[in-house]
Design a protein around this ligand. Sequence first.
Ligand code: SF4
Length: 476
Amino acid sequence: MLDARKSQVVTAGDARAVVCDRPSVAGSVTQRACTFCGARVVLYPISDALHLVHGPSGCAAFTWDIRGSLSSGPQLHRLSFNTDIRENEVIFGGEKKLLRALRELVAEHKPKAAFVYATCLTGVIGDDVEAVCRTATTELGIPVIPVQSEGFRGTKKQGYSAACTALGQLIGTGSTEGIGRLSVNILGDFNIAGEIWTIKGYLERMGIEVVATMTGDGRVDAIRRAHGATLNVVQCAGSMTGLAKMMQEKYGIPYIQVSFFGLEDCADALYQIAGHFADKDVMARTRQVVREETATVLPELARLRQDLNGKVAALYVGGAFKAFSLVKALRQLGMRVAMAGTQTGAQADYEHLKDLCDSGTILADDTNPLELAGWLSSCEVDLFIGGVKERPVAYKLGIGFCDHNHERKIGLAGFSGMTSFAREVHATVMSPVWKLVPRRASARSFELRALSSEPAGDGRSLVLRPLSVEPERGVP
Ligand code: SF4
């Protein structure tokens, strides 16, 4: 581990606090993405908006269709539009090209709003994206919103903040007529594999109206009237707490932080929402929802737990709230967490994670593949949970991997999501394939015996000697 990284890693039970919330250490090959990517992933699921990346095509390709966010209507978000800034614009400026692109795209796709993302290059050449957006808003008759997300501005977290600022420009511009007292916005759920529909289903059964979802299955008109809801429910705390705080200050809307992952946290989230409204009918309906849903999933979880009991997991995810839920969900399946880390956790998050985890669990902020590989090997984990950048680390080590990031195709939120999660964990951990990979196999089982040999061209026999695999290193 690089010396400069040591303060960002502790073990549960250690008195030291995790140093976090700072730029990645040079040379660490961070698993984090850039500021622009942070903004793009938050706004991307707004499906009737145009998303225009003002920069080189590489920035747009890097974030094209980056989430498995489903839409129940328009699919415009799944296209990636880009101004393709090249040498000519680097010398003469890219503002004219940006305005031309906006005119052309709005005429062709008729979006409800447009988001224009500034990238490193357009930040360096000094394009006035805000001024172009102002001109386009007046000329085109839709909100054209600048997202100040130049990649070099900071970490992915600054990208979340740029996205929240952009959303703040839409909120408050629509009518709140017809919104009732029992109403919420859901912030920080991105409708991966349809998860927000599961959550909305629970809320409907509780008698709660959902005004706007930000941003999963999001619509511009709904976001414009989001200031009419009476409560903000924040799931992805890392990305959306800033917006919730802004709405609290500006519109007086309180917020709660919840997680819909895992039985315990999902039930707690629904009870927190019901508790906020202090309405006995809502609370009674919430009890009913939780009772019915848990009764459906518990038998299956108990069956899977029999095999998973005592298995060891490691996890590395974007935000801390997901890490909390995963630790609890894995514990419910009888598994122990040996290592837990996040890309964007704050100090209070790590303190909570310390309390939640067993003593000795490694806690890491903003880690890198080399550190991860070392911990996964030394802790002898059976399962690694992460996202697309963590997957190869697990596979190269011969360790089972579960995707809990935005690329996945299976919904893991809600009570039914917990069953899907448990089945996926079970299928991964119990797969017979792990007995065959070098890390799992004994040296003896990997002995390659010379059974026969073909005569070499010069008439001598080719002799193959038995080889062993060193199980620790996984190489013959
Ligand atoms: S914004 Fe900058 S760091 Fe991000 S993808 Fe583009 S060039 Fe790379």
